[in-house]
Write a protein that binds this ligand. Structure first.
Ligand SMILES: Nc1ncnc2c1ncn2[C@@H]1O[C@H](COP(=O)(O)OP(=O)(O)OP(=O)(O)O)[C@@H](O)[C@H]1O
Ligand SMILES: [Mg+2]
Length: 294
């Protein structure tokens, strides 16, 4: 696949910070309002998925709508083990899956009928695609959490049987507190020393992913949280392996958008230098794995 083709495909992914800051009006389609979700009368909870999560005891209540993003709406919720971030993927109609093929390239779908439905974008096919993205995010979170990386702890699983029950939502530990949710690095105000530390941790994070054989696919300060002087990586449905022939380009883009998005914090470095540093660090030792009990 040519880099130019990939560029054109990825252009729609809003990887550039400038583009993200000006969301088009139609992007708000599919947004779920807090009002609909926190009706005093529990019978009135409008969203089926949220109701199901409450009925099944995964969460006890929704506290606030945090952010409506490209692909999902993030809610702050309470759960049996503390504050929860519910990432609720949008209704099928409001999702584009525009760049889905770039990230899924190299993945093998064994069921031929499923593969055809997904390519044909029938309703059933879109549902399958949706399910794959959501389950992929859980699976990746578990892999990275177990490997000891700085990512939010997934709160359902580790078996797909368990986390498939919450689709189209992903439940993970809230970074920060209910009253003070961790900001994205793109929104954080940092002193020069903090910016330097955040930069080093972010480069290290990308290297940690690479050591495990992954490119993030959407790496920038927009998908990095800042909490207690620590950088936490988020947003993993499009994590890509070396099986994908776009791998090198996606990794290069990750390094590039990280460098570009850090300019507002006063860091002046280019994508190629960043990429080389990421590759060098990836050859070093990784973090201590976490023990996860089944
Ligand atoms: N575990 C978490 N703790 C606190 N905040 C979180 C957590 N996970 C996600 N968020 C917040 O929710 C927002 C959306 O999450 P995420 O980036 O995974 O979804 P998205 O649909 O890709 O959104 P976007 O288009 O903004 O990137 C993040 O920008 C961040 O502000
Ligand atoms: Mg994101």
């Amino acid at each position: 696949m040519s880099a130019r083709w990939l560029d054109a495909e990825l252009d729609g992914a809003d990887v550039t910070p400038e583009r993200r800051s000006k969301p088009k009006k139609k992007k708000l389609l599919g947004r779920r309002k807090l009002d609909d979700l926190t009706a005093a009368d529990p019978e009135n909870i409008a969203d089926d998925t949220i109701r199901r999560l409450i009925d099944s005891g995964h969460i006890t209540e929704i506290v606030a709508e945090l952010k409506s993003g490209k692909e999902a709406t993030a809610y702050v919720a309470r759960g049996p083990r503390g504050p929860v971030l519910v990432k609720l993927y949008r209704e099928l109609e409001a999702r584009s899956f525009k760049n889905d093929a770039v990230y899924r390239e190299g993945q093998v779908v064994l069921d031929e009928r499923a593969a055809r439905a997904m390519t044909g974008r029938s309703r059933k096919g879109l549902e399958m695609l949706q399910g794959m993205w959501v389950s992929a995010e859980y699976a990746h979170l578990w892999t990275l959490w177990r490997a000891g990386l700085n990512v939010p702890e997934p709160l359902v699983g580790p078996l797909p049987f368990d986390y498939d029950a919450t689709v189209p939502a992903v439940l993970m530990r809230l970074i920060g507190t209910e009253d003070s949710v961790a900001p994205r690095l793109s929104d954080a105000r940092l002193t020069p020393a903090e910016a330097q530390s955040a930069w080093q941790q972010s480069v290290q994070g990308l290297a940690d992913l690479l050591r495990l054989g992954y490119a993030h696919g959407d790496y920038s300060t927009y998908n990095l949280l800042w909490w207690e002087n620590t950088v936490i990586m988020i947003d993993f449905p499009q994590l890509t392996t070396r099986q994908n022939s776009n791998f090198s380009e996606l990794l290069r883009r990750d390094a590039q958008s990280l460098a570009t998005s850090f300019r507002k914090h006063g860091l002046q470095t280019d994508g190629e230098t960043t990429l080389r540093e990421v590759q060098r660090l990836a050859r070093g030792k990784g973090p201590e794995p976490r023990i996860v009990l089944p």
